[in-house]
Write a protein of this length. Sequence first.
Length: 58
Amino acid sequence: MIEIGAHGGFIIAAYAVTVVVLAGLVVWIVRDGRAQERRLEELEARGIRRRSAGGKAG
């Protein structure tokens, strides 16, 4: 195994915090993406379309 010396606790804690933060960000992005999809479906069901979908340029 790798020798991490006297600072092993700090190194392991830093990696643990990094993993937790990255996992939290992934969960947040996935949940937000699903919420945006639901919102888009609601808007499309109400007949609201994007301005750029068929409008005039400029």
